[in-house]
Design a binder for this molecule. Structure first.
Ligand SMILES: CC(C)(COP(=O)(O)OP(=O)(O)OC[C@H]1O[C@@H](n2cnc3c(N)ncnc32)[C@H](O)[C@@H]1OP(=O)(O)O)[C@@H](O)C(=O)NCCC(=O)NCCS
Length: 189
């Protein structure tokens, strides 16, 4: 198995075409999808026909340096969800989005913070990234807490996209957090 990243307790690896069922199960938990779809599961065919091909194409586009990766516990190997660090399609390669989606069973153990910290380190020291951003709904407190624990700064409040206006809390809009390489380096000192 190719390893993309290791943190203290977790390992990230590239997804393969055989992993659709892991994502289908992850997205079938209404609590996981609460601030993404309002709780609705992602249709399995959307994962098989759109999400997986798009994830695999991303590895090629970014030379296997950036993308969306499966997270497993080192102890026992259980799949716990995914993390991403990737530019916008067609956007500058040195600016990457941080994202995460974890199984409810592992929330509150510090996994999102731990792996995101390792991703920032890799991005800023190895991959040539100059700025990392992350976006979520204003009311998604646990996601924002992770961004704030990473030292990211709230830079913008934007309206929730039209396809999410039915989601609870969408009237409060979305938030965008950023951290530059310089800001990250100052925090390490
Ligand atoms: C958002 C999400 C990834 C957070 O994952 P998580 O692993 O529970 O996050 P963490 O454990 O790092 O932080 C959450 C809590 O764990 C606690 N924690 C326990 N051990 C910890 C440790 N060693 N280090 C840091 N925090 C720790 C913290 O107190 C923290 O509490 P806080 O939120 O009050 O600050 C997870 O809730 C999720 O997948 N949600 C559904 C999908 C989603 O909304 N994704 C974001 C969309 S933009």
């Amino acid at each position: 198995m190719t390893t993309y990243l290791e943190s203290e307790r977790l390992t990230l690896r590239p997804f393969t075409a055989a992993d659709a069922d892991l994502l289908i199960e992850l997205d079938s938990d209404p609590a996981v999808m609460r601030y993404l779809s309002g709780g609705a599961p992602t249709p399995p065919e959307e994962i098989r026909d759109l999400a997986i091909p798009s994830i695999l194409a991303g590895y090629e586009r970014w030379d296997h340096d950036l993308g969306l990766f499966a997270a497993h516990e080192k102890d026992g190997g259980a799949f716990v969800g995914w993390f991403c660090l990737r530019p916008l399609r067609g956007g500058p390669r040195e600016e990457a989005e941080l994202g995460y989606r974890l199984r409810q069973a592992v929330w509150g153990r510090g996994y999102a913070t731990e792996v995101s910290q390792a991703l920032l380190t890799k991005g800023f020291t190895v991959l040539g990234i100059r700025m990392v951003w992350a976006e979520t709904m204003t009311v998604n407190r646990s996601s924002r807490n992770v961004m704030e624990k990473l030292g990211m700064t709230l830079v913008e409040n934007t309206p929730t996209p039209d396809d999410m206006t039915a989601v609870e809390g969408s009237e409060h809009g979305d938030v965008r957090y950023e951290i530059t390489k310089e800001q990250w380096e100052r925090r390490q000192a």
